[in-house]
Design a protein. Structure first.
Lengths: 556, 1100
């Protein structure tokens, strides 16, 4: 009996053990992440690639327009670029879409259309990055999780990446010609149309050939082949990214600044384009810009004096437009127009800055001229300006990444500089009219409540003014300079094309000088990113590449 | 007692009578001279002897050959006295040292003297009634080798604790908390929305702590397994301890007032604006002088020329400005119809209204903004029991109202525990605890302006300290009376509006308990089964009220719920065979099972269509996601202690873990998820082994070598896709998206391993008057599981790696002195706890460095350098490696310019920490003070940078003359000095005004980060307690058994001598809470507080 007595507690103890723990606690195969999968469907990846690439480039675009003298982003207007300035762009491209493109390529080997789109997106992204940074990691890049397991990619020569992109485009075109086992889903750009993608592929190749024409010996012949083939983006095939109208989704970056109630709203728009467009009665003006105020600041009031544009810098060309004698003379007096209270109230809303005026930022967010309905989905400029109610403007907004208008400008350059056969003036007319039409069509459809279509006569007058200017130019360079000046106005919302054209040709020469001396020279490229320089041993050679000294390979 | 001594006397007397040859008499007393009843007096080596009588006297007959008498008394050190000619011997016995029992691994109690490693224990009375509700903060300064850093002054804000340095690059560095034998999750649950989060050890009520033991080293902690790598905090609650016999009720109550510990010294000479012009729309303070200084400054600097005018706004009288809430001078009319009382007739345009004229003058709004906080704690403990069973119960409640309105925390806990020995010999003990912890706050996250620190969150602290001097924060309206919208002088969050309308809450319900069964199979063998569960749910909610004006137009509700459950079981057998007289052996063989799981659910509601309810129903758009995690571990272990003659102890430990977290789900067979780690320690009590000189009361040497393995957190062995919120196309279609995550998993991950060597000594001299507890240790942590930053061109931000090695080397010194101890009952005891630790990065892995980028702040772990150095931008110098080399100056601006790559800009870890505790006792009075000194430890202060940038500090008052920054001209493109014809550098002579010096670049927040790194040496009076225990005789006729009253103060004074002048703020704050491994940054956290309290403790 004694043994039993002693035995019972042991049994009790052991029973408790069994009762409490249970065998499942020995099963250790539970380390598969239940929250996230290790593979994803191609359509999910494709959507993300497109959103990511195009919204990243659209977000960078404002700085390029600042380099172009069209806008005045404070931090970069005097070229004070640092190795941190574009780290966000660099990092998000590599860790986002470029990696997902590799993933999409990997899963779409048997789906030629997905594969072709992936190849196009890859060529588009990398060629654009070469235009921005020159040599970048390409061959090894974004492959940390693929068979290569490479976490320190080497940098490839910019020209080699261009050549690789040409090859990708050729493969993509071949893939689009194949039959696809399943329809492409998740394609925000062309809804899976292989025909449109093929046009894009050819257009991208054209764009790259024009961009690098000085460095590619047989560029002229290749360009001729593409242009003669004619299978390029036409007016209905624009490679345009459409932003969301939903406040919780991804909105146009300008809309986020100007129309969601932020205090500073939007970066300054330069005075030069404002004045020149008004002067020439550009039919796009009321679609491009939206005034907020009729308030005229008092230069004698100490606080107002600090808020007035150029209130603190002396060598402005335009200054505070509403009171600037030269501007009033140019826009009103010289044209025999009165400059009364109505006109003053109008001019008060044209509140921007001269190029390169980066004096401190006063609290002028409610005064600044805002971007209008085109391209960010804001408002058409109505007669009585007011501060837009937050999130009330139509929204949407577009990033016209590559359009039929761009094709026209490539053609003009090919005619003028590469001996391609054609009438440059006819193409130039098509380019101007084409762009005006795009702006007007978009604006009318988007802000239907307010927008008013300019008369055809006014459009014709504007087009003829520029055609006359173009025709009166005598040299190809002079003609190109005029075409590029028009490209400048047409690049609102996509500064990439003009930035490339200006770096390639140095034209036009009619952009206002900076009112303050820039800290550094004109950015021939973007500075490399701090993290990459620090972490990638292959970046050692790029530590001392100065962004204002070393050009991209295609600039000879 | 009397009875016992009588019997003993008789027994001994009889035994001694037969051989008596000589009679010795005398008294036995304790160190204070109190006579001792029943002390034993024995002839050495014999059983001959006696005990003292009720007067402490003895008379003993000893044989003629006897040479020595041994005096002993339970709880006191025995004393031997040689027999000389005298027949009278009076002795004093010192209290026995170190016979305290310490709770060590798996809850086993051990005699401290047998330990081969350092363990420090604190008693309840060291922690409670000190105006401190956070059990971890209450430890600060009291234990050598332990570093406590509070997150800031918000009630319940998290606290970081590090034992023996930091031994992980990016992983968890917090010790394991074990409460009543079961691990206690100490996570910080945070999904980033603007507030101060508690670490969950805050759920432990200090009033419920019976004892707290800190196991510092690996040797002490090895048996707890992986999570003991960072040390263990073992807490025994009042209900978890063995109940005493009898019945007792104790009541403890504390009330304290709290206030902000300090405020910066502001300048009140210049107004809001820039470039010395008043502008009522600005944030900065670089405007014109206030009216009363205009004449003085014109006279002093401008020969009386009217450089400055007293007219600040056109049309307004001298010294007057339009009311900035209704003024239209700088922007558009905003609140003119809302606040007609802030409008007036325009004398310049009769018949029209204009913004009311108000005087331009400085306001001390911060003093008004911060309120007096309150702290109330009440706790009631019941304790009762008999011979074989006991029960104890505690109920307590804490309320803390913070220094900002609507910022508070509370804690209610209830616990019951008991133990019983059943008739069949089985011992059962267990406890059940329930805690409810609440935290409410407006958005008070550490925050700085988003325009220069991208990751800033909306918080009252993003602007509060930097508002212009002439803003009447407390006087001007902050809310639209009709719509409830935010009102401020510009479209920014008004801190008062935030305080009133936006709310963060956390409500934690936590239950934990354990059950232990123990059975002594034989006298030398017992079996124990011990298991428990610890579960809590933290329901958090962040409410952002929608408004019709900026900046929070849409509003939002973020509701997060975290449930964490931990199961832990230990089964072990203890063997205590009696092998020989001299050998004392204890062997434990056991097994441990542990499972941790969590469910986190996130719901965000955006675009609130109404502000009338703060409920998700009000949201137009809702997103939900959840995250579940589970990890398991089991282990087998053995622990042996072999004691020889009570002076030499050998300890041996061994453990093998099997973890789920190192399993590669794609390749089970190749996973290396099992790992073994052994340890050994030795303790040698020299004072027991040898006859040491009299003044040596106790001497022990100890040493140990131990390894501890460490697992990973779950799911790090593979790379996964993340689903994103759908992209809503311009036509309103939801398009789903997936992207491969930016954390690169590692299929071949193995365990971390820490190897620690420790030597130490415990010495006591002159009875208890001098004590030295010294430890030297070196711990190397290898195969760190960390996130190593990779070049982004790899497609990833970070990679999970086993990389590198960290070495922590340090000394801990505890010094106890009793300089004064009078017979009148006055004692002065002083304790010094000295800690010095160096964390060296022996190897940072393949790239030679690991950068931890927190957005606003970066730290770097670089091979050969100390761990966790601050990493940031530096100004270019002639020789960039030399700190004292002249700065390069941009000739155009007269300002320094920043190098293109980041560099190490400071070391946030202290050279040493010293806690100095003084205790004065006299009769019933006790005065305890805790002073601490942190030497070194750099602070990157964004508060300083911001205040400099905005021109608010008193030290920026002198701003009329141009400043020439010392340096030489340099080329900002090449970062080299510009040389003159002779090839020598050209001294900078380009002047810059005060505004440009601090605002654009240079010496404010837009300048190089190195400029605002300061030496964080701090002297602090952390704690004072003055207590009085009523003498028992006063209480005789009352039901009260004992009564103690005290007043206490916390954080009463501090001095940071090398910090920016006039900043005055306490650098003891954390930038990101205790879970993130970054210190040495002041990111604008809730300022620390100072408390004064009164306390009552009574037993019945």
């Amino acid at each position: 009996m004694k043994n039993v007595f002693k035995f019972k507690p042991i049994v009790t103890t052991l029973l408790t053990v069994v009762f409490l723990s249970g065998c499942s606690l020995f099963d250790l195969d539970i380390n598969k992440n239940p929250n996230s999968p290790s593979a994803a469907a191609p359509d999910l990846i494709l959507t993300q690639i497109q959103v990511d690439v195009l919204s990243t480039f659209a977000a960078l675009e404002g700085d390029l327009e600042t380099f172009n003298g069209f806008m005045g982003t404070q931090s970069t207007s005097l070229y004070g670029l640092t190795s941190n300035s574009y780290s966000g762009t660099w990092n998000s491209l590599y860790t986002g879409p470029l990696k997902d493109i590799e993933g999409l390529i990997a899963v779409s080997q048997t789906s030629p259309h997905y594969l072709g789109i992936a190849q196009c997106m890859k060529a588009y992204t990398y060629s654009t990055m070469v235009d921005l940074w020159g040599d970048v990691p390409f061959t090894d890049a974004s492959k940390g999780d693929f068979t290569e397991k490479n976490t320190t990619p080497k940098f490839d020569k910019d020209v080699d990446i261009y050549n690789a992109c040409f090859a990708l485009i050729d493969q993509a075109v071949a893939n689009f010609a194949k039959a696809s086992p399943a329809a492409v889903k998740g394609d925000l750009m062309y809804a899976g149309s292989a025909a449109k993608w093929a046009k894009f592929a050819n257009s991208l190749k054209l764009k790259m050939l024009i961009t690098a024409r000085l460095a590619i010996p047989d560029a002229a012949a290749k360009i001729k082949t593409i242009l003669d083939g004619g299978n390029v983006i036409a007016a209905a095939d624009d490679f345009t990214f459409k932003f969301s109208k939903d406040p919780t989704s991804i909105r146009h970056p300008w809309y986020s600044g100007a129309y969601t109630g932020g205090e500073f709203r939007h970066t300054y728009i330069c005075h030069q384009p404002i004045v020149e467009m008004l002067d020439e009665e550009d039919p796009r003006f009321n679609f491009y810009f939206r005034r907020q105020t009729t308030l005229i600041l008092n230069p004698l009031d100490p606080a107002d004096a600090g808020t007035i544009p150029c209130g603190r810098s002396s060598n402005c060309v335009y200054g505070y437009l509403v009171t600037s004698p030269t501007v009033i003379k140019r826009l009103y007096t010289d044209k025999g127009k009165a400059y009364g209270a109505t006109e003053k109230a109008y001019m008060a809303g044209l509140f921007g800055r001269d190029r390169g005026d980066n004096t401190g930022i006063p609290l002028d967010g409610a005064l600044r001229l805002l971007p209008g309905v085109y391209p960010c989905g804001g408002y058409y400029d109505v007669a009585v300006p007011k501060i837009p109610v937050a999130n009330a403007a139509p929204g949407g907004g577009i990033f016209p990444a590559l359009t039929s208008v761009n094709i026209d400008y490539y053609k003009i350059e090919a005619i003028l500089k590469l001996g391609y056969t054609g009438d440059a003036a006819v193409v130039f007319k098509s380019a101007i009219e084409g762009h005006i039409k795009k702006v007007l069509d978009y604006g009318m459809a988007t802000d239907a409540a307010n927008a008013v279509r300019p008369t055809q006569a006014s459009i014709d007058a504007y087009v003829n003014l520029w055609l006359a200017r173009f025709n009166s130019a005598t040299t190809p360079d002079a003609k190109l300079a005029i075409a590029f000046k028009q490209l400048w106005f047409s690049s609102y919302g996509n500064g990439f094309e003009f930035y490339n054209a200006f770096r390639r040709t140095g034209l036009p020469t009619t952009i206002q000088e900076h009112v303050l001396k820039p800290f550094r020279g004109y950015p021939l490229r973007l500075p490399y990113t701090q993290t990459e320089l620090t972490l990638n041993p292959n970046a050692a050679a790029y530590k001392n590449v100065a962004f204002d000294v070393t050009p991209i390979f295609w600039k000879k | 007692m009397k009875k016992l001594s009588l019997i003993l006397t008789m027994v001994l007397f009889i035994a001694g009578f037969a051989v008596a040859q000589r009679t010795i008499t005398g008294t036995v007393a304790d160190a204070k001279g109190e006579l001792m009843v029943g002390a034993s007096v024995l002839v050495k080596g014999t059983t001959t002897g006696t005990v003292t009588d009720i007067d402490g006297k003895f008379t003993v007959s000893v044989p003629a050959e006897a040479k020595t008498l041994v005096f002993s008394f339970a709880g006191y050190q025995s004393k031997e006295m040689a027999l000389g000619a005298s027949s009278v011997i009076n002795v004093n016995l010192a209290e026995a040292l170190l016979q305290e029992l310490v709770v060590t691994a798996i809850g086993i109690q051990r005699d401290k003297k047998a330990l081969g490693y350092s363990a420090t224990d604190l008693k309840s009375e060291d922690l409670v009634q000190r105006s401190e509700t956070d059990p971890i903060r209450a430890i600060a300064g009291k234990v050598a080798g332990v570093n406590i850093l509070g997150g800031g002054g918000a009630p319940g804000q998290s606290t970081r604790i590090n034992i023996r340095g930091v031994s992980s690059f990016t992983g968890n560095t917090q010790p394991l908390f074990v409460v009543d034998g079961i691990p206690f999750d100490n996570s910080v649950n945070s999904s980033g929305q603007g507030s101060q989060f508690s670490n969950r050890a805050f759920d432990i009520d200090p009033n419920n702590i019976e004892s707290l033991t800190i196991l510092k080293g690996a040797a002490a902690a090895a048996l707890y397994g992986s999570r003991a790598t960072n040390g263990v905090v073992v807490i025994t609650t009042k209900s978890g301890k063995k109940s005493k016999k009898g019945m007792e009720v104790s009541y403890s109550s504390s009330f304290a007032a709290e206030q902000i510990s300090n405020l910066p010294n502001y300048q009140n000479k210049y107004t809001q604006g820039s470039s010395q012009n008043y502008n009522g729309g600005f944030i900065g303070n670089w405007g014109a002088p206030f009216p009363q200084y205009v004449d003085e400054i014109n006279a002093k600097y401008y020969n009386g020329e009217p450089r400055y005018s007293k007219t600040y706004a056109a049309g307004y009288a001298e010294g007057m400005i339009p009311h900035p809430i209704t003024g239209i001078t700088f922007t558009i009319p905003r609140f003119q119809s809302v606040f007609p009382e802030l409008m007036e007739d325009d004398p310049n345009k009769p018949g029209t209204l204009r913004a009311k004229a108000i005087a331009l003058k400085p306001y001390n709004f911060l003093q008004e903004f911060f309120q007096q906080g309150l702290l109330a704690e009440n706790s009631l403990t019941f304790n009762g029991g008999g011979e074989n069973a006991g029960l104890s119960a505690t109920i307590s409640r804490m309320d803390n109202k913070g220094i900002v309105e609507n910022m508070n925390s509370s804690r209610t806990s209830l616990s019951v525990g008991g133990n019983a020995k059943l008739a069949n010999g089985l011992t059962v003990s267990g406890s059940v605890n329930y805690v409810n912890t609440g935290q409410t706050a407006p958005p008070v996250a550490p925050s700085a302006y988003t325009d220069y620190y991208g990751s800033g969150e909306t918080s009252i602290f993003s602007r509060l300290f930097y508002l212009p001097r002439n803003v009447d924060l407390m006087g001007w309206p902050s809310e639209n009376p009709v719509t409830g919208d935010n009102v401020f002088y510009r479209n920014l969050e008004n801190p008062r509006w935030l305080v009133k309308n936006n709310r963060y809450t956390s409500n934690v319900n936590r239950g934990f308990g354990s059950l232990t069964l123990n059975y002594d199979v034989t006298p030398w063998m017992s079996l124990t089964a011990k298991g428990g569960i610890n579960n809590y749910t933290d329901n958090q909610k962040f409410y952002q009220r929608p408004t019709t004006n900026a900046p929070f137009v849409a509003g939002g509700i973020f509701q997060n719920s975290y449930t964490r459950t931990e199961l832990d079981f230990n089964y072990f057998a203890s063997f205590t065979p009696k092998l020989s007289q001299d050998l004392d052996v204890r062997l434990i063989v056991g097994m441990n099972q542990n499972q941790r799981s969590s469910i986190s659910q996130f719901i965000s509601g955006q675009n609130l269509f109404t502000s009338s309810i703060d409920n998700l129903t009000a949201a137009t758009t809702k997103f939900a996601s959840d995250n579940v995690q589970k990890q398991r571990l089991y282990a087998v272990y053995a622990d042996a202690t072999i004691g020889y003659k009570n002076f030499l102890y050998l300890g041996l430990t061994a453990r093998n873990d099997f973890t789920s977290t190192l399993v590669n789900p794609l390749n089970l067979a190749a996973s290396k998820n099992s790992y073994f780690y052994p340890g050994a320690s030795l303790s040698f009590v020299a004072s027991d082994a040898f006859q040491l000189p009299d003044f040596v009361s106790f001497a022990k040497l100890r040493g140990s070598w131990t390894q501890v393995g460490n697992e990973a957190s779950p799911y790090q062995t593979s790379t996964v896709y993340n689903f994103l919120n759908p992209f809503v196309t311009s036509t309103g279609t939801n398009t789903n998206r997936a992207t491969l995550g930016n954390i690169l998993g590692n299929a071949g991950l193995v365990n971390e391993l820490t190897t620690e060597i420790e030597f130490g000594t415990d010495l006591r001299f002159f009875r208890k008057r001098v004590g030295i507890d010294f430890t030297w240790y070196k711990r190397n942590s290898t195969n760190q599981i960390t996130r190593s930053e990779v070049p982004r061109s790899s497609g990833f931000d970070v990679q999970i790696v086993n990389a590198g090695e960290i070495q922590n080397k340090g000394v801990e010194l505890g010094l106890t002195l009793v300089p004064i101890q009078t017979s009148g009952g006055f004692t002065w005891e002083t304790n010094i706890n000295f800690t010095r630790n160096r964390s060296l990065v022996v190897d940072a892995g393949a790239g030679g460095e690991i950068v931890v980028d927190q957005g606003a702040v970066k730290v770097i772990h670089r091979t050969g350098e100390q761990l966790g150095q601050l990493f940031g931008s530096k100004n270019a110098r002639v020789d960039n490696k030399d700190k004292s080399s002249p700065l390069l100056i941009n000739k155009t601006t007269g300002m320094p310019f920043i190098l293109s790559t980041n560099e190490i800009i400071g070391n946030p870890y202290a050279d040493f920490n010293l806690g100095w505790i003084n205790t004065l006792t006299y009769k019933g009075f006790t005065l305890t003070t805790l002073f601490d000194w942190k030497q070194g430890g750099d602070i990157f202060s964004i508060t300083a940078a911001s205040l400099l940038l905005r021109g608010q500090l008193a030290n920026s008052q002198d701003r009329e003359a141009l400043r020439v920054v010392p340096g030489v001209y340099g080329n900002p493109a090449t970062f080299t000095a510009i040389l003159d014809d002779k090839g020598s550098p050209i001294k900078n002579t380009t002047g810059a005004n005060a505004f440009d010096t601090h605002f654009s670049d240079g010496f404010g927040a837009y300048g190089a980060e190195e400029v605002n790194v300061y030496d964080g040496t701090t002297f602090r009076l952390r704690e004072i307690v003055l207590g009085y225990s009523l003498p028992a005789k006063f209480l005789k006729k009352t039901p009260i058994g004992s009564l103690r009253l005290s007043v206490s103060g916390r954080n009463l004074w501090f001095k940071v001598p090398n910090m920016l002048k006039d900043l005055n703020l306490d650098p003891e704050v954390l930038p990101y809470g205790s879970a993130v491994n970054v210190i040495g940054v002041d990111l604008g956290a809730t300022p620390t507080t100072r408390r004064f309290g009164i306390n009552l403790y009574a037993t019945f």
